[in-house]
Design a protein around this ligand. Structure first.
Ligand SMILES: [Zn+2]
Length: 372
């Protein structure tokens, strides 16, 4: 079948590989996350409705700067914080009728793969080692900057958690593939000393390990386009020689609230767990998908009232449409995306699995690996 994404055709034969950058588990799911994962769920269901088998991978970034900082602030082990928050996230996904992905890898289980990626990029001259860190050479990301100039990219990298002014780097656009751990941070053995993986390298390693050298649709929130996805692509393509790493991108529009981007750092959050207590999840899905997926928008509660009313009208139209007729088929397609068949039966909480790491039932199970 051919998927249309913003007017671009994406022909797919038989099977599609989808990867979406998941959460860093230190706070529960807000509506901005909800929008991204509902849209990815919808895209996967549309492909499957066209007869395509979808292998969907949604990772959990359970070791990176943000979660370590939050764990430090709260005085808890980052693994405990990550496990608790991942479980809550999975509950929120279930409540929103997002199907379990085929693969749900956790960064901590892919340390060896990040080491392999790092070795490979050193071998092709795309990286260099310095004082226990290995940096990816940022010049290679320049073809992936899109509309950004190099100077704009440096500013944006600083705003989004990068450290362009790190004196160890040759170039402000260099990023760590492997980084030396601070004394109070988790550390794994590597050829460059004890350390931990870089964020972009984690997603490259997980995506290539589970889906192969190229992905059909790569998703995530729009703010991941740079730096995260630009580096993920540059690193993967330099390692494998296969380009493009992602055939199509779904960068889902940003959700604003009270005049600002809804974000953990600003604290202006609307939690999915609170919304599903009060609203029909199908109405929340309708609110999220009742717009182009790439557009930014502002949330206000009145929009959920309107979505609920519209949902009522859809059900009533479906009831009136003649059985088997075209209107019913069209409505059935839409209603199936809002309230997917089998939702209740497949939604099943499993606290133990949620904590220890689960893969989709069809494939490899991720048992905890040692290393930390
Ligand atoms: Zn990612």
């Amino acid at each position: 079948m051919t998927l249309q994404l913003r007017g671009k055709s994406l022909p797919v034969v038989g099977r599609a590989r989808m990867y979406v950058c998941g959460i860093t588990p230190y706070d529960t799911t807000h509506l901005g996350h909800g929008a991204t994962f509902v849209w990815i769920d919808v895209a996967a269901r549309v492909l499957e409705a066209g007869g395509v088998t979808v292998d969907l991978c949604r990772n959990v970034t359970d070791v990176d700067d943000d979660i370590l900082e939050q764990a430090r602030k709260r005085g808890v082990d980052y693994r405990v914080l990550g496990a608790e928050q991942t479980f809550r996230f999975e509950e929120d996904m279930r409540a929103l009728h997002c199907r379990r992905p085929t693969f749900e890898p956790r960064s901590r289980d892919f340390i060896e793969e990040v080491v392999a990626l790092t070795r490979g990029l050193l071998a092709v001259g795309a990286a260099y080692e310095r004082e226990g860190n290995v940096f990816f050479k940022g010049s290679a990301v320049e073809p992936h900057l899109g509309d950004l100039t190099r100077d704009e990219a440096i500013v944006l990298a600083a705003e989004r958690g990068g450290r362009p002014d790190d004196p160890l780097k040759d170039d402000p656009l260099d990023v760590p593939l492997w980084q030396k751990s601070m004394p109070d941070e988790p550390a794994w053995a590597s050829p460059w000393g004890d350390g931990r993986p870089g964020w972009h390298a984690e997603c490259s390693a997980m995506a290539m390990s589970l889906l192969g050298t190229s992905i059909d649709v790569h998703g995530g929130g729009k703010d991941l386009a740079f730096p995260h996805h630009a580096y993920e692509s540059a690193q993967s393509e330099l390692l494998t020689g296969v380009a493009p790493f992602a055939r199509a991108w779904m960068h889902v529009g940003t959700v604003f609230y009270e005049g600002e981007k809804m974000s953990k750092s600003l604290g202006n959050l609307v939690y999915v767990a609170d919304l599903v207590e009060r609203w029909d999840p199908a109405a929340i899905r309708l609110l999220l998908i009742d717009r182009p997926w790439y557009e930014d928008w502002a949330y206000e509660e009145g929009l959920l009232t309107a979505a609920s009313d519209r949902l009522e009208r859809l059900w009533s139209q479906a009831g009136k449409a003649s059985a088997g007729g075209a209107p019913l088929r069209r409505l059935g397609g839409l209603l199936g995306l809002l309230w997917p068949p089998g939702t209740e039966a497949s939604g099943h909480a499993d606290p133990k699995g949620g904590v220890s790491g689960r893969a989709g039932s069809r494939r490899r199970r991720f048992g905890p690996r040692t290393g930390a």
